[in-house]
Design a protein around this ligand. Structure first.
Ligand SMILES: Cc1cc2nc3c(=O)[nH]c(=O)nc-3n(C[C@H](O)[C@H](O)[C@H](O)COP(=O)(O)OP(=O)(O)OC[C@H]3O[C@@H](n4cnc5c(N)ncnc54)[C@H](O)[C@@H]3O)c2cc1C
Length: 382
């Protein structure tokens, strides 16, 4: 327990942990092996109140703080990153921009449906020529009478193709008056004519999560589907990513915690040269280093959450938390494999899945290189 969280946070953690242990853990390995996105589990997460934890109750959320949401992400990632990814993307990329920048009509139309688990919502920034550089977006939305005419494509979109997916917030070019490239976000319903989606299979990690390619061909989205103000899309995206980075940090922390616990347990049971390998300093120092990194990661992340909840700037701290927690997920899962050795390399060991799942955390929602640029900017260096 850290001084940054309360008894209520810990009670909530135990509740989410019990859900993750009972409903997710027994299925995680098989869903990963078969690349199955589980509609049932997604619905259960919604029913459990894991969608919209920090959204007010009048919209069907739980009305809790950012730290509660982050603790829930941590607890899912402690057993399975794929389900944590589904939950995280839906909360921080799907629901959050809709709630934060939406009109009252848009909130009423979408948020209650998305907090209940009835539907999932995706967020489409990434394209073939727009990854780290959001300004490379080529999907275009032209004003045409009472609607936007949208053409283009997106790739790597989480929750983009499963049967619960109801639509996507699309970052598109909306050219400004002087012909300058400007960007806006538009809510595109899945049942729009001209909307195509295809699941991307064959990932090394998050294999039970839904990652999709989207294609928009002459989609007519009513004018009132614009999210926030015209030409302000990039700013919205950057704000969304600041919070999204807290989610990815929590995924790193939770995964690292799970890997640490597995390594602890195994090291006490595995006997070589007449004693448990935990009794060799070579092993206990590894575990001590892991515990230290978890402590530092947790404090950094929880501090960033506290800043956000206090309405203070938290962009630098979120970038630091994401960078650090994704790094320790890599280091701790790697050292855990070293402790398991041969057994850790087999698919029958959960640690093998953890080792693969951590790899995206240094890439999604800002690569580690981009995060260093973000931190440097906050230091006044760029
Ligand atoms: C499973 C999965 C789920 C995802 N979910 C979503 C989603 O829901 N919505 C969405 O919009 N996107 C999503 N993404 C996309 C993800 O955010 C991008 O993959 C990420 O932003 C990196 O973009 P890229 O892969 O095109 O890499 P690139 O931008 O091409 O980067 C390649 C390399 O170049 C480096 N680089 C680039 N620019 C610089 C620079 N200026 N200085 C130094 N180094 C640089 C990068 O750090 C990296 O090492 C997802 C991706 C995956 C794999």
């Amino acid at each position: 327990m850290s001084i940054l969280n309360t008894e209520q946070h810990e009670t909530f953690r135990q509740k989410v942990r019990a859900f993750a242990e009972k409903e997710i853990k027994p299925l995680a390995s098989q869903l990963d092996e078969n690349e199955t996105f589980s509609v049932e589990l997604a619905k259960k997460m919604g029913q459990e109140g894991l969608f919209g934890i920090d959204i007010p109750k009048e919209y069907g959320g739980q009305g809790m703080d950012t730290l509660s949401y982050i603790i829930a992400v941590e607890e899912l990632a402690r057993v399975d990153s794929s389900q944590a990814a589904t939950m995280c993307a839906h909360n921080s990329l799907g629901l959050a921009p809709l709630y934060n920048f939406g009109t009252e009509e848009q909130r009423q139309k979408y948020v209650p449906m998305l907090t209940s688990g009835e539907g999932l919502w995706a967020f489409g920034l990434t394209e073939v020529n727009a990854g780290s550089d959001a300004q490379g977006v080529e999907t275009i939305a032209e004003e045409n009478g009472d609607h936007w005419l949208i053409n283009g494509s997106k790739r790597y979109i989480t929750n983009g193709s499963n049967e619960l997916m109801k639509g996507v917030t699309v970052l598109a070019v909306t050219n400004g008056e002087n012909g300058k490239k400007r960007f806006s976000t538009i809510l595109v319903d899945r049942d729009s004519e001209g909307f195509q989606t295809k699941r991307m299979l064959g990932k090394m990690m998050w294999r039970a999560s839904d990652t999709a390619e989207l294609k928009f061909t002459n989609i007519k989205a009513p004018k009132e589907q614009l999210l926030g103000k015209k030409d302000k899309g990039l700013g919205q995206m950057l704000k969304t990513l600041d919070s999204g980075r807290l989610s990815i940090a929590a995924m790193g922390l939770g995964l690292a915690q799970g890997a640490f616990e597995m390594a602890m347990e195994y090291s006490k049971k595995r006997v070589q040269f007449g004693k448990a390998i935990a009794e060799y300093q070579a092993t206990s120092f590894k575990l001590a280093d892991m515990a230290l990194k978890l402590e530092l990661g947790r404090n950094t992340l929880y501090n960033a959450c506290k800043l956000k909840d206090a309405g203070k700037p938290f962009g630098k701290e979120a970038a630091m938390a994401k960078l650090y927690c994704s790094d320790i997920a890599k280091e701790i899962s790697d050292e855990a494999i070293q402790i398991f050795s041969g057994q850790g390399l087999l698919k029958s060991s959960a640690i093998e899945r953890f080792y693969r799942d951590q790899r995206i955390l240094q890439i999604g929602e800002g690569t580690s290189e981009i995060l260093r640029i973000v931190i440097s900017k906050h230091l006044g260096l760029v």
